[in-house]
Design a protein around this ligand. Structure first.
Ligand code: GUN
Length: 284
C-alpha cells in the first residue's frame, strides 16, 4: 500500500513556522517585503504570482507586485530591478519566468542582487549552494527535501534518479540530494537505458514537463516517487509527469498533482524571504 505525500499539509506547517518568525521580528520593529515582477499576460504565471501574493499575506510579509506590459524592454526591466536592489525596504526580488521571448532572462537573473535573490537563481547563490555554504535554497528542490524530511524518508546512500536537468529543478535537486549523501543520477532527453536506470531507483524525482512520462514499468516496488511536473492532460486537467494511477501501485510514497510539490515551492519562497529579512537586519 502506498502513502500519499500531502504537500498541502507540509507546506502549511512551513508557512506557519515562517508566520511565527515574521511576527516575532515585527515585535522588534523589523518588517520585510517581497517584490514580484511579472511581464506580459501568461495565464499560468498570473496564477503563480497570485498564489505567491496570497502566501505573503498569510505569513505577514508585505508583497509589492510590478505587472509590466508585454512590450517592456530589457532596459526598462533592468532599471526596475536596479531600483529594487537599491531599496532597503525590499528584501526579496522575484521575476516570474518565463519572460516574453524578446527579453533575456539570464541577464535579469544576474542583475538581481544576490542578497535579495529569493529564487536562488543567481550564479553566486547557485555556486554557494553547490559548496554547501548558502543562505537561500532553490524553492522547488528545497520543497522536495522538506517533503522527504516530513515523511522521515532518509536519502543517505539511496539511489536517487532525477528526470530533467533544468536550472530551476533538476540540477539544484542533485546538489541538495548529494548534500544529504544520496547517490544521484540525473537523466535527460539523451539518456540511454532510461527504464533500467529508473528501475534501480529508490527515489525518483520527475521534472520533465510531460504528462504520464513515468510509467509503472519504470518504477520498482517500494520506490518513493516525487512528481514535480505541472502539465495539462487531454481534458485540460492539471497533472504531473507521473502516470499516478498506475505508478501508485508500485510506490511506497507518492506525491499527487496538484497538492504535492506545488504548494511546497511557495512555502520555501516564504522561507527564503524570511531568511533575507533576517540577513539584511543581522537577525538570527
Ligand atoms: N517559473 C516557474 N517556476 C518559477 C520559480 O520558481 N520562480 C520564478 N521566478 N519563476 C518561475
Amino acid at each position: 500500500m502506498f502513502k500519499l505525500i500531502d504537500g498541502k499539509m507540509v507546506s502549511a506547517a512551513v508557512k506557519d513556522r515562517v508566520k511565527e518568525e515574521v511576527a516575532r521580528l515585527k515585535e522588534k520593529g523589523i518588517e520585510g517585503a517581497l517584490a514580484v515582477i511579472i511581464v506580459g499576460n501568461d495565464p499560468a504565471s498570473k496564477v503563480y504570482v497570485g498564489n505567491k501574493k496570497k502566501a505573503c499575506e498569510y505569513v505577514g510579509i508585505r508583497s509589492v507586485e510590478y505587472a509590466l506590459d508585454e512590450n517592456t524592454t530589457q532596459q526598462e526591466l533592468l532599471a526596475l530591478v536596479e531600483k529594487l536592489n537599491q531599496d532597503n525596504s525590499i528584501n526579496g526580488i522575484l521575476c516570474q519566468l518565463p519572460l516574453p521571448k524578446h527579453l533575456d532572462d539570464k541577464e535579469v537573473i544576474e542583475k538581481i542582487s544576490a542578497q535579495k535573490d529569493v529564487d536562488c537563481f543567481h550564479a553566486e547563490n547557485v555556486g554557494k549552494m553547490w559548496i554547501g555554504e548558502y543562505s537561500f535554497k532553490p524553492c522547488t528542490p528545497a520543497g522536495v527535501m522538506e517533503l522527504l524530511k516530513a515523511y522521515d524518508i532518509d536519502v543517505e546512500g539511496k539511489n536517487c534518479v532525477i528526470l530533467g536537468r533544468s536550472n530551476i529543478v533538476g540540477k539544484p535537486m542533485a546538489a541538495l540530494l548529494l548534500e544529504k549523501n544520496a547517490t544521484v543520477t540525473v537523466c535527460h532527453s539523451r539518456t540511454k537505458n532510461l527504464k533500467e536506470i529508473c528501475l534501480n531507483a529508490d527515489i525518483i524525482v520527475a521534472a520533465v514537463g510531460r504528462a504520464k512520462f513515468v510509467t509503472a514499468d519504470m518504477v520498482k516496488d517500494g520506490a518513493v516517487v516525487i512528481d514535480v511536473g505541472i502539465n495539462r492532460n487531454e481534458e485540460g486537467k492539471l497533472c504531473g509527469d507521473v502516470d499516478f494511477e498506475a505508478v501508485k501501485e508500485n510506490a511506497s510514497y507518492i506525491t499527487p498533482v496538484p497538492g504535492g510539490c506545488g504548494p511546497m515551492t511557495i512555502a520555501m519562497l516564504m522561507q527564503n524571504t524570511l531568511t533575507s529579512i533576517k540577513n539584511m537586519n543581522k537577525e538570527v
